[in-house]
Design a protein around this ligand. Structure first.
Ligand code: HEM
Length: 206
């Protein structure tokens, strides 16, 4: 439970920050939204999150492009079935590759591109009802910590982005290449420098 809840939340936050730092246009739009919804006199509170609509689609795009649980938990077929032309005998162990579904060009236009606006006007969410996007799995064994995970990541990254301008550490080679461990991790951990962007009283209050 501890690993499922902490490793995933920090990993999603690291992937999202890396993706946004590689996309200054997206970072600028997030700053614009945070300045308008939260203003520059305080940090972000949980009650602000539902108003941060651009942040919500940035998180969806990050979970599509960089799901930490690339492979869902194994399932066993309770009866024989034919799926996509393949015969699956009863009792087969099945692994669903959520990463590959999120990167399928038959489902997603330009899947390698990080483009949050693809979710504008789309009803696809991450809750396991839309099989195009399964970062929390689906069905009875889907992630029971989804609500907490989403809120934790949103609050953390909203405050990091609202409170600071971010740049890569000079001399490092930032990359979004992944490596698979218990979760899909950045091969080179993100190294970033933060510069305050709000009046200093805001940080003293925290
Ligand atoms: C953004 C953060 C998170 C992501 C992306 C995530 C993702 C996942 C995924 C993909 C699964 C497998 C679901 C399936 O096979 O259908 C899972 C299972 C699980 N997650 Fe999460 N998770 C997150 C946060 C959390 C948190 C905060 C908790 C607990 C506080 C948690 C607890 C669990 C547990 C206990 C399972 C196993 C459920 C079972 O086998 O029945 N997760 N998670």
């Amino acid at each position: 439970m501890l690993i499922a809840g902490t490793d995933t939340t920090t990993t999603v936050s690291e992937w999202l920050m890396g993706a946004v730092m590689h996309n200054p246009r997206v970072m600028a739009k997030l700053h614009e939204e945070l300045d308008s919804v939260v203003g520059n006199t305080r940090m972000v509170q949980e009650s602000d999150l539902q108003k941060l609509e651009y942040l919500q689609i940035v998180l969806k795009e990050s979970l599509r492009r960089y799901p930490p649980g690339a492979l869902l938990m194994p399932r066993i077929s309770r009866q024989a079935a034919t799926v996509g032309g393949f015969h699956v005998p009863k009792g087969t162990t099945l692994l669903v590759n959520a990463w590959a579904i999120g990167m399928d060009p038959a489902v997603w236009e330009n899947p390698t591109q990080f483009h949050p606006e693809r979710f504008l006007g789309s009803s696809i969410d991450v809750k396991g009802h839309n099989f195009e996007l399964l970062p929390f799995g689906s069905g009875r064994r889907k992630c029971p910590g989804m609500g907490m995970g989403l809120r934790s990541v949103e609050l953390l990254v909203a405050n990091l982005i609202h409170g600071f301008n971010w740049s890569f550490v000079p001399g490092t080679t930032p990359s979004m290449e992944d490596v698979f461990s218990t979760t899909a991790q950045l091969k080179t951990p993100l190294q970033a420098m933060a510069t305050p962007r709000l009046p200093k009283e805001v940080y003293i209050k925290v």
